[in-house]
Design a protein around this ligand. Structure first.
Ligand code: ADQ
Length: 466
């Protein structure tokens, strides 16, 4: 019988009451629908350099196999190659790459460790699904151990243009690693095109059809599989009245105030300072909104051990302070800034209570918050989504107000348009957006990917290329 094996950098807690976001929701749902095994890091760093044994936990239909990283692995594989090389470069920030040979070595060896932990657990008919940029080398390592399973890979972040990718340290090795998978999935058709174009320029891969390529005797399927959310579940959370949020919404209504909202990890790819500057531009340009427009910025702490993240936090706090310093009155603050993660049900209610959703990353694989904002709206009186053209979600969410996230004036104009959009237009746009996120929800994403993986040609590899 087929079993699904997920290999991802982190394994989320699986429990009835656990509220988990994005990726974890999609994966947990896929696993719950049949027998499944989920392998990955438990989030802990061991205090010595020993490799701690992996720990097995059996849940209803899912078994998790998790392990700690050593300090050196955490430093060089996770904070190093994953988050100071691959993350910035795939988000077009070549200026932030740190070239360090130890990072690349550790990345390869931790990918090997993941494969060695998973391999003894594998059964003949297992379908293997590897997630994201931390684990590009896993199929290659599994093949070396003798695996001829079907192995799929899904990249949650953008695949950059060929010029950018060819500037990534070890890009040829990364390409060869990718070509050991049987299915390589991307978020958008733009990512897929970027990958295809890189291969044309930097390899002797043969293109058989739109979704099949041939490299070193193996046929590999490629495709775009935009990730979705559990729309019904998010809408249900938004509908449950949170007394504090509701009271605040009524107070704003009475005072004739408009709330704008954003929620992101505090990451330089999310465009937080640019968005705050755009809000300042909005108040500068449209004085009628002084004293009545409020921007609630929820930015959860992220990767605080990486210097670029502490810098962006300082910049954001300085900017929020500057906007408030310029325009706040004794009974009104234009920017409310929360630097915490908040429960998902609260987030859903806040989205519903906000007239404008501001999702303006400088680059984003997809951006699930954009879809969550749409799902949370009241269909009879929905808010307006202002969305960056560089979020993967923009390829699907065309009825949002699409903006250039670098252009403060353009975002400010979109804020104004959103604030004054007639009810009928808001409803029509929202209706179309909702239809689309329902059609391509979390379940659609995982079933479409797994169907494509089942159809992919066999996984055997005769030669492993360095
Ligand atoms: P992320 O970069 O983490 O994911 P995103 O898709 O927006 O970005 O998902 C973030 C999740 O965290 C959402 O479910 C959101 O609700 C939640 N969240 C954000 N801020 C929060 C806060 N302050 N408190 C509580 N929850 C918060 C990566 C890629 C994305 C891709 C996803 C999934 O970078 O482009 O969409 O994977 O593939």
């Amino acid at each position: 019988m087929e079993r699904l094996v997920i290999i991802s950098n982190r394994v989320a807690e699986i429990g009835e009451k656990t509220q988990i976001g994005g990726l974890a929701v999609g994966i947990a749902d896929a696993l719950r629908r049949g027998e499944g095994l989920w392998v990955g890091w438990n989030g802990c760093v061991s205090s010595d350099d020993e490799y701690p044994a992996a720990r097995r936990r059996d849940h209803k239909t899912v078994t998790t196999l998790t392990f700690s990283l050593t300090q050196e692995e955490h430093e060089n594989y996770y904070l190093g190659f994953s988050n100071r090389v691959l993350w910035p470069s795939f988000h077009y920030r070549l200026d932030l790459i740190e070239f360090n040979e130890d990072f690349a070595q550790a990345y390869a060896s931790v990918n090997r460790r993941f494969a060695r932990i998973a391999f003894p657990e594998l059964k003949k008919d297992d379908l293997i699904w590897v997630h994201d940029y931390h684990l590009i080398g896993v199929a290659r390592e599994l093949r070396k151990l003798g695996s001829n399973h079907k192995i799929g890979f899904f990249l949650h972040i953008p695949f950059p243009s060929a010029e950018i990718f060819s500037a990534v340290p070890r890009h040829e090795w990364l390409r060869n690693c990718l070509l050991e998978f049987d299915l390589i999935g991307f978020q958008t058709s733009r990512d897929l095109e970027n990958f295809r174009f890189y291969l044309v320029e930097n390899s002797d891969v043969e293109f058989i059809s739109d979704d099949l390529i041939r490299a070193s005797g193996r046929t590999i399927r490629i495709g775009a599989f935009p990730i979705g959310i559990d729309v019904a579940q998010f809408a249900e959370m938004a509908e449950k009245v949170d007394d504090a949020v509701e009271l605040e919404r009524m107070r704003r209504d009475v005072l004739g105030r408009i709330q704008m909202i954003s929620a992101d990890r505090l990451d330089y790819s999310k465009g937080l300072p640019d968005r705050t500057r755009a809000f300042l531009e909005f108040l500068n340009t449209y004085p009628e909104y002084r004293g009545c427009a409020e921007y609630l910025q929820i930015a959860s702490p992220s990767r605080e051990d990486v210097p670029a993240y502490t810098e962006i936090k300082a910049e954001l706090e300085q900017l929020a302070g500057a906007v408030n310093g310029k325009y706040a009155e004794f009974n009104w603050s234009p920017v409310q800034y929360i630097n915490r993660s908040i429960p998902r049900d609260k987030l859903a209610c806040l989205f519903r209570a906000s007239r404008i959703g501001l999702i303006t990353p400088l680059r984003d694989g997809m951006n699930l918050v954009a879809k969550e904002y749409v799902a949370a709206q009241h269909p009879g009186d929905p808010g307006v989504l202002v969305l960056s053209k560089f979020a993967g979600a923009a390829e699907q969410l065309r009825e949002a107000l699409i903006v250039n996230p670098y252009d403060a004036g353009e975002i400010a104009a979109a804020m104004k348009r959103a604030a004054t959009m007639p009810l009928q237009e808001r409803r029509e746009r929202h209706q179309r957006l909702l239809e689309r996120i329902r059609r391509t929800d979390a379940r659609w994403w995982q079933t479409t990917f797994l169907e494509a993986l089942r159809k992919a040609p066999c996984g055997f590899s005769e030669t492993i290329r360095d």
